[in-house]
Design a protein around this ligand. Structure first.
Ligand code: GUN
Length: 305
């Protein structure tokens, strides 16, 4: 068996073309404000990618970078200014932040109507209650869209998520068990015992642990769909800069074992960025409902009435 690759780059490009048409119907293109703290190389790279894709769509970006030692008060004041700035439609606070408590305060300080990342407790609550009108976090939403693009069913199947992060594992578990996706969901994390046997029982495995070579060939049953959310940088002298990007799974070995597999890069990453753009377009459409094209928002599929 050779796995079919889930080409996130291709699916994301199609979504972005649809967004161009939606943006053309709006009185103005969206404007997203990005806040980044410190010089974490991955955060710099991700915000850079998001800004580049936004620019290509005609979406405006504002980027503010603060030093690692910044006071929480300074960040909350910046977010408050953006909340009351009518020119800004979406706000994104790039994780990780200096501490978990800092991250919680910053996410909660974003106006829920501009929370295009979906991490405000209000939007998280809407997701947990399957209520439309909020924003769904970009990576989980992108994973569902990728499965949908390849007609991979979730209904009644066992989805195993490795990683319980606020950004991926936790919201993804809510989305997959929603009445739109109907999966049976197991979430594993760093304290889970029997990781191997749980992973082996998956029909759909999503690894979002951030650990290279965590998922090895003998852990996965034949025919499993494997979604690799890992974005790990590993030393490799044959690559420019002496580093190479890899996921959580042993890609060459799993290619011959599973039915579908996402590459890293080119799988989940581009879907995350496309979903951010979609959420930003949605934020402006909510302000101008008369200018909305007829594409139904994903909540209508995830949370059927
Ligand atoms: N860090 C890694 N992924 C993400 C994301 O999707 N949003 C934010 N805000 N931070 C991240």
């Amino acid at each position: 068996m050779v796995a079919e690759l889930l080409d996130g780059k291709r699916v994301a490009a199609e979504i972005l073309e649809g967004l161009r048409r939606r943006i053309a119907c709006l009185p103005h293109p969206p404007c997203i404000a990005f806040l980044r703290i410190g010089e974490n190389a991955a955060s710099r790279f991700y915000v850079g990618r998001k800004v580049a894709v936004a620019k290509d769509l005609g979406i405006r970006s504002i980027v503010e970078v603060f030093p690692e030692q910044v006071a929480e008060k300074t960040i909350l004041e910046q977010l408050s200014r953006w909340n009351s700035d009518g020119e800004i439609d979406g706000i994104l606070v790039q994780a990780p932040l200096p501490s978990r408590e800092f991250q919680r305060s910053a996410f909660a300080a974003v106006d829920p109507a501009k929370d295009v990342d979906g991490f405000h407790p209000y939007n998280f609550g809407l997701l947990a209650q399957e209520r439309p009108g909020g924003f769904i976090p970009c990576t989980p939403k992108g994973i569902l869209r990728l499965l949908e693009a390849y007609a991979i069913p979730t209904d009644g199947r066992h989805a195993v998520i490795v990683g319980r992060s606020l950004i991926v594992g936790r919201p993804l578990s809510l989305l997959l068990q929603s009445h739109g996706a109907n999966a049976t969901v197991t979430v594993c994390h760093s304290r889970s015992q029997q990781l191997r046997s749980i992973v082996r029982s998956a029909d759909i495995l999503i690894s979002a642990a951030g650990q290279p070579n965590l998922i090895l060939e003998d852990m996965v049953a034949e025919g499993t769909t494997v979604v690799d959310v890992g974005q790990n940088s590993v030393p490799d002298e044959t690559f420019p800069g002496g580093h190479r990007l890899c996921g959580d799974v042993d890609f060459p070995a799993l290619r011959h074992r599973c039915s579908h597999l996402t590459p890293v890069p080119g799988g989940v990453g581009p879907m995350t960025v496309a979903m951010l753009m979609e959420n930003a377009v949605e934020a402006v459409e909510r302000k101008f409902p008369g200018n909305r094209r007829n594409d139904p928002p994903i909540e209508q599929k995830c949370f059927p009435s």
